[in-house]
Design a protein around this ligand. Structure first.
Ligand code: 6R9
Length: 649
């Protein structure tokens, strides 16, 4: 695909889009950056404010001291539920696609209000007050949305932990955010598998005295252990409560949630988002990027445990009064037609998924797609990693029959919502490019020396100038780390950790992380996290983890491990297997290394720094020493030959 190949918005789509031409986009964009206060004040009118804000953005903000809509008071649950229940009570708020094909449940806005109200009363009854953190460890069942909205209703702060994380990872997150209440389910279902969530929670909270209550939703009815005085069935607790729960009006800058994500250091970061700015941003981006309107059926196939699910399954669509689909299953269960069956059955109008899923589906050919009606779809979206141009093409031509614009959306947990993406009715796409910035977003490319790279046809570290309402406010409990992580490397800018190219036409192409963060099947993982998991095994002296290109997952994980001599007698396969198990236990199956190389040494400089670029080349199957770069500072050059010999074998 040549870079200059432009795919213009389908004319029929553009004709009735919210923004229907490049010129209209540019006019609005210019306005948004010239007068952010005016622009965002208008967008804030999407929400119902209990008290109007005094200022839009604190313009004198020091780096990392961010505040939007100061003085304003509002409630996220009121905005996502009550105000729609008042005017469109019978509209579906959530369409739940259960794990088994063909099984659906509809929750209208009226029902959502009732369930969220009851749930909020349960939390109150368990002592949860404004500002308290609540851990949510649930599968993709409607209770996950009820729980999030119930927290928001009473001003509590949710910390959703993806239900694929291990007990160790869950414990770490419960401790870090100091959660006294944990909400989980007996089991989760993921395609053919059952996930024993409650027993993971039991292990995670075994010695945590701070956890007062564990509320358990019944999903499969499996026999599970309930600890008296701590564990309660959610259904029993709900039945005891009234359906109405008064709203707790909160300040715009009061926290809404914490969501843990991986960085370049070992400990996951609790990214904190606040109320007003986050919701304005989620709703505004949802409106424009997906060209959303009442009557849409928004099918985002992510898990609510990630930021994509927070912003574009729960908060964005519901704030806009749009029906959202919650998908419990897997894209390939029972076969590769599953997404399109959901689309057909529910008449979904927007589909939003990750390239890793699309790559897996593309492999199965067009037949599973063509089997189902897709004429309801208006917009197709992609998120989480760069989308390969051939996959983009397939999504556009086969899934969308050339009728639907494809929006490749670049953003991060820390950005709260989409920052770079084409507006579907306005921007001609280049497959593989996230194209142009959203309103109010000012991308800046900076070279390694901190110099801003101007003009087009350039590349650099992707930074952002200024602020946008959805920007994270801090790392929970560690503001110094927030500043150090995002604002210190390139003073005056927020640094994303991504590399990026701006082509001759000013289009942005994300080239991947420039830090020690991997993107494995759309999941963000820190190499340091995986290394410390490996070192947690008795056999391991030292470990170095790198990513390598992987046809399905985008990146695979390769671990170079030095083991203790006492383990020399062990079968190598068996030892590698034990180490994989160790990572699964410490983090999650999603972090399992694809390859473990048991090496005798790591290539280090004389000052003791691991030369990761060499390890990356070798992991990619590139053994040519010419590609290793300057190796003159290596303490023991022979180490590299040993590793190459091992990797070849
Ligand atoms: C929303 C989300 C963020 C990292 C980000 C970048 C990668 C996300 C992308 C993309 C290329 C896209 N990323 N979207 N890369 N094109 N459209 O995924 O958040 O889990 O925090 O990951 O994902 O590397 O920095 P998060």
């Amino acid at each position: 695909m040549s870079e200059s190949t432009l795919v213009p918005p389908p004319p029929a789509f553009a004709a009735s889009a919210h923004v229907s031409s490049r010129a209209a986009y540019e006019a609005l964009y210019r306005r948004s950056v010239a007068d952010p206060a005016g622009f965002w004040a208008e967008q804030a009118a999407r929400l119902a404010w209990h008290r109007p804000f005094d200022a839009v953005c604190d313009a004198d903000a020091r780096p990392g001291e961010i505040a939007w809509f100061h003085g304003g008071r509002l409630n996220v649950s009121y905005n996502c539920v009550d105000r729609h229940a008042a005017v469109t009570p019978d509209r579906p708020a959530i369409l739940w696609a259960r794990n088994e094909p063909g099984e659906y449940e509809t929750i209208t806005f009226r029902e959502l209000q009732e369930r969220v109200g009851r749930f909020a009363n349960v939390l109150r009854a368990h002592g949860v007050r404004k500002g308290d953190r609540v851990c949510i460890y649930l599968p993709m069942i409607p209770e996950i949305a009820y729980a999030m909205l119930a927290c928001a209703r009473i001003g509590a702060v949710h910390s959703v932990v993806f239900a694929g994380f291990s007990a160790d990872a869950l414990r770490e997150r419960i401790l870090d955010a100091d959660c006294a209440v944990v909400i989980t389910a007996d089991e989760g279902l993921r395609g053919p598998k059952r996930v024993p969530l409650k027993s993971v929670v039991d292990e995670a909270v075994a010695h945590l005295d701070g956890v007062r209550s564990v509320l358990v939703a019944r999903r499969t009815g499996a026999a599970i252990a309930m600890k008296p005085g701590r564990d309660l069935w959610l259904a029993d607790e709900l039945a005891r409560q009234r359906a109405t729960c008064p709203i707790e009006w909160v300040d715009s800058e009061d926290p809404l949630f914490v969501l843990y994500t991986s960085g370049s250091t070992g400990k996951p970061k609790g990214v904190l988002h606040t109320t007003g700015g986050y919701l304005v941003y989620a709703a505004t981006t949802h409106h424009y990027v997906f060209d959303a309107r009442p009557g849409d059926i928004h099918f985002c196939a992510a898990d609510a445990g990630w930021i994509t699910g927070h912003s574009y399954i729960v908060y964005g669509p519901l704030a806009n009064g749009v029906t959202t689909v919650m998908f419990e299953s897997l894209p390939t269960y029972p076969d590769a037609g599953r997404y399109w069956q959901v689309v057909d059955d529910l008449r979904a109008t927007i589909v939003y998924t990750a390239p890793t899923a699309l790559r897996a589906l593309l492999r199965e050919g067009d037949e599973p797609v063509r089997k189902y009606r897709r004429d309801s779809i208006r917009v197709l979206g992609s998120v989480g990693e760069p989308i390969n141009p051939d996959v983009w093409r397939w999504y556009h031509d086969v899934v969308g029959e050339g009728r639907c614009p494809v929006v490749d959306t670049w953003w991060q947990t820390e950005t709260g919502g989409i920052l770079i993406a084409p507006l579907p009715g306005a921007i001609a796409c280049k497959p593989g490019s996230a194209t142009l910035p959203f309103f109010g977003v000012v991308p800046v490319l900076v070279d390694d020396d901190g110099k801003v790279v101007e003009g087009n046809d350039v590349a650099g570290n992707l930074c952002l100038a200024g602020s946008w309402p959805g920007q994270a406010r801090t790392i929970y409990g560690d503001h110094a780390r927030f500043l150090a992580n995002y604002f210190a490397r390139f003073p005056g800018y927020y640094f994303t950790g991504d590399g990026c190219r701006r082509d001759a036409d000013g289009y942005y192409w994300i080239t991947g992380r420039v830090d020690d963060v991997l993107n494995v099947a759309g999941h963000r993982l820190g190499t340091a996290e995986i290394e410390s998991a490996l070192v947690g095994h008795a056999a391991v002296v030292e470990a170095a983890v790198v990513g390598f290109p992987h046809a399905l997952k985008g990146q695979g994980i390769c671990a170079y491990v030095i083991t203790r001599p006492e383990f020399d007698a062990w079968d190598r396969e068996e030892l590698a297997g034990a180490l994989k198990e160790q990572v699964r236990k410490a983090i999650s199956p999603i972090a399992t290394p694809d390859r473990i190389l048991l090496v005798r040494g790591l290539p280090k400089t004389r000052s003791g720094k691991i030369m990761r670029r060499i390890l990356r080349r070798i992991a990619a199957g590139d053994f040519d020493p010419a590609g290793f770069g300057d190796t003159s500072t290596l303490a023991e050059p022979a180490v590299v030959d040993d590793i190459v010999a091992l990797a070849r074998g």
